[in-house]
Write a protein that binds this ligand. Structure first.
Ligand code: ADP
Ligand code: MG
Length: 258
């Protein structure tokens, strides 16, 4: 059975997409068959993996709203064992149209389980790159997942919004998906030279003791550059610090789901 992980935080710019792309690529490099579902209308995970959004014949919108099987829109990537369900701006429309649909919180779960069932070879991991909101798309991700990974940027206001996010996770667990659990909080964009980063890391560890990944993602220029080349860090600069830490994170995730 595939481990399905929602990468989520309603704050923008905290490292959800960077983590989704690079953790997926590293899991695939570890030999795990991995599917990345791009649930953000911005489609940054899609373009960050080198997929040209203009040339797509279909995307996640078609799966959610018109019932097109995911395997029909699935794209292979340059990374062996890593595929992606692409998103375009159309997905913003899906967020609106879902509101009037039957079982509107379960549409992604259904589409995904059909896809996993139809797959010729089983997937080991599915990562869902969530949009920066707690709206219906994110609820769909939480309903479809069995684990939640929350990137937390080591910046001022890092803890702001986390309580609300935790409440949402609990609400989904209590009402729609009893198997949902927290995989961990991931400290991102850590800069060991600043007191602020150190303070935020301490504070997050204090509030969420035992639930914070040991791997901490540092601020790394190469991680910021890689998406504009359409490559995960492991391809763009395999020897960079960024590649090294995401490989370490993948090993930690494999152990945690273990
Ligand atoms: P989100 O998906 O949560 O909105 P992103 O992953 O897109 O966040 O990251 C926001 C911006 O920060 C992007 O430009 C990304 O390239 C950059 N970034 C993310 N993580 C790092 C990092 N560890 N070091 C340097 N830049 C980063
Ligand atoms: Mg993003």
């Amino acid at each position: 059975m595939a481990h399905i992980i929602a990468v989520t935080n309603q704050k923008g710019g905290v490292g959800k997409t960077t983590t989704s792309i690079n953790l997926s690529a590293c899991l695939a490099d570890c030999g795990k068959r991995t599917l990345l579902v791009d649930l953000d209308p911005q489609g940054n995970a899609t373009s960050g993996l080198g997929i040209d959004k203009e040339s797509l014949s279909g995307n996640l919108y078609d799966c959610l709203i018109d019932g097109v099987p995911m395997e029909q829109v699935l794209q292979k990537t340059a990374v062996k064992k890593l595929s992606v369900i692409p998103a375009t701006m159309d997905v913003a429309g899906a967020a609106v149209e879902l509101v009037n649909m039957d079982k509107r919180e379960q549409v992604l779960k259904q589409a995904l389980s059909d896809c996993l069932e139809a797959a010729k070879k089983p997937y080991d991991f599915v990562l869902i790159d969530c949009p920066p909101s707690l709206g219906l798309l994110t609820i769909n991700a939480l309903v479809a997942s069995d684990q939640v990974l929350i990137p937390v940027q080591c910046e001022f206001y890092a803890l702001e919004g986390l309580a609300q996010l935790m409440q949402t996770v609990e609400m989904v667990r209590d009402n729609m998906n009893s198997s949902l659990r927290l995989l961990g909080l991931l400290l991102t964009m850590f800069d060991g030279r600043t007191n602020l980063s150190l303070q935020v890391a301490e504070e997050v560890k204090k509030y969420f003791s035992g639930q914070v990944f040991r791997t901490i993602i540092p601020r790394n220029v190469r991680l910021g550059e890689a998406p504009s080349h359409g490559e995960p860090i492991t391809v763009y600069d395999p020897h960079s610090r960024g590649a090294e830490v995401y490989r370490k994170l993948a090993r930690e995730v494999i152990r945690r789901v273990g």
